[in-house]
Design a protein around this ligand. Structure first.
Ligand code: ATP
Ligand code: MG
Length: 366
């Protein structure tokens, strides 16, 4: 029997710099892959960041947040640019993104680091170490030392200024990020490595205790534990040992940047931020690249791969996600490259042309 048609509403937040160019490409790819798989989309485009400062005077207008909250998933381009540095009101475009994450209550940040065979030379690691790396960092995003209280400055007994922060996690906070870790590993290759500092920190001891407890719900996932110092080393020594990593806010901040450098290509890396129930937020990890904005030079593939994550992790539409990922690989196989991933012998194309090529590849696999 014919599969039933599914319908979703997607909020598009193009933002600033190259944001509008890359979101436009990704939207077209999402629409085409969806229609082939029996999925219909309704799109609502809203301002955020500098673009919102220009039209509404704030980086995240109330209406943008309410539309985002009511949709099934949110696709963001990028935020910020020279134009809004040091504006009179001292409002920063980037504040809009922090407010959006808080408003959507997205506590889990997923960042894959995949070394594609076509781009293995871009890696900062030796070819034999980089080849075949395909890992995912699941970072807790709304707790830990970045939010823990008390925090601040004080003066110690010697009259010296001191700064202090607090690493705090509750059992329920660890449990819910652990479940995202296990679910993610289950959708990937069934291996989860939990990273902590349980030999030194109480918050990490609780973390390890809870992750171990939750693992009984996922007998099909193989769980290991690693101290963060060792994990930082292992990522460079033998990154292929990792499938899915789950870790706290600060360790995840550091390890996900380290992992992305292994791939060496910022224009290729997507991300997802997920909440308990509401819509997820999907965006490339790179910024607004004001130096190349409006020149049709941006690599749209990080955003295209972000809509693949939107389909898989935001809507549970794995088949459509795979269709897009395969199309990206095919497009690279044909030699098409934007400037940031170009090497001699390939075909240099702009943002729009790269988008057209991906659409062709999506279409050719009907
Ligand atoms: P953030 O806004 O996160 O602080 P940033 O300002 O540090 O980011 P980006 O805006 O990501 O950095 O840009 C860093 C460099 O990478 C720039 O030279 C930019 O042109 C380039 N770059 C970033 N994204 C892309 C892309 N999608 N395609 C091509 N080049 C890119
Ligand atoms: Mg920037």
């Amino acid at each position: 029997s014919a599969p039933s048609r599914r319908r979703y509403t997607i909020t598009l937040l193009p933002g600033d710099g190259i944001g509008p160019e890359i979101v436009s490409v990704a939207k077209n790819v999402l629409e085409l892959a969806g229609s082939i798989e029996g999925i219909e989309f309704g799109f609502k485009e809203m301002p955020i960041g500098g673009a919102a400062l220009d039209v509404a005077g704030v980086p995240l207008p109330e209406e943008t947040l309410s539309v985002a909250k009511e949709s099934d998933a949110v696709l963001l381009g990028a935020i910020g640019g020279y134009k809004w540095d040091n504006n009179e009101k001292q409002l920063k475009p980037e504040t809009g993104l922090l407010q959006l994450r808080a408003g959507l209550k997205v506590f889990a940040n997923l960042r894959p680091a995949t070394v594609l065979p076509q781009l293995v030379d871009a890696s900062t690691l030796k070819k034999e170490v980089a080849e075949g790396v395909d890992l995912m960092v699941v970072r807790e995003l709304t707790g830990g030392i970045y939010f823990g209280r008390p925090r601040g400055f004080t003066t110690n007994d010697n009259g010296e200024k001191t700064g202090f922060n607090t690493e705090v996690y509750s059992s329920s906070e660890v449990d819910r990020i652990a479940r995202v870790g296990f679910e993610t590993a289950r959708k990937r290759h069934g291996k989860l490595c939990s990273v902590d500092k349980a030999n030194v920190l109480e918050a990490s001891m609780l973390w390890r205790e809870r992750v171990t407890e939750i693992s009984s719900e996922y007998p099909d996932v193989e769980l290991t534990h690693m101290y963060v110092d060792n994990a930082a080393m292992q990522l460079l020594r033998y990154p292929k040992q990792f499938d899915t990593i789950v870790t706290n806010n600060i360790f995840g901040d550091i390890l996900s940047d380290e992992a992305s450098m292994i791939t060496g290509s910022i224009g290729m890396l997507p991300s997802a931020s997920l909440g308990e129930s509401g819509p997820g937020l999907f965006e490339p990890i790179h910024g607004s690249a004001p130096d190349i904005a409006g020149q049709d030079k941006a690599n749209p593939l990080a955003t295209v791969l972000s809509v693949a994550m939107l389909l898989r992790y935001g809507l549970g539409e794995g088949k459509a996600a795979e269709r897009i990922e395969t199309a990206v690989l095919e497009t690279l196989n044909k030699g098409f490259r934007t400037g940031d991933i170009y090497s001699a012998g390939n075909k240099l194309v702009g943002c729009k042309e790269m988008g057209e090529q991906v659409l062709k590849a999506v279409d050719s696999r009907v």
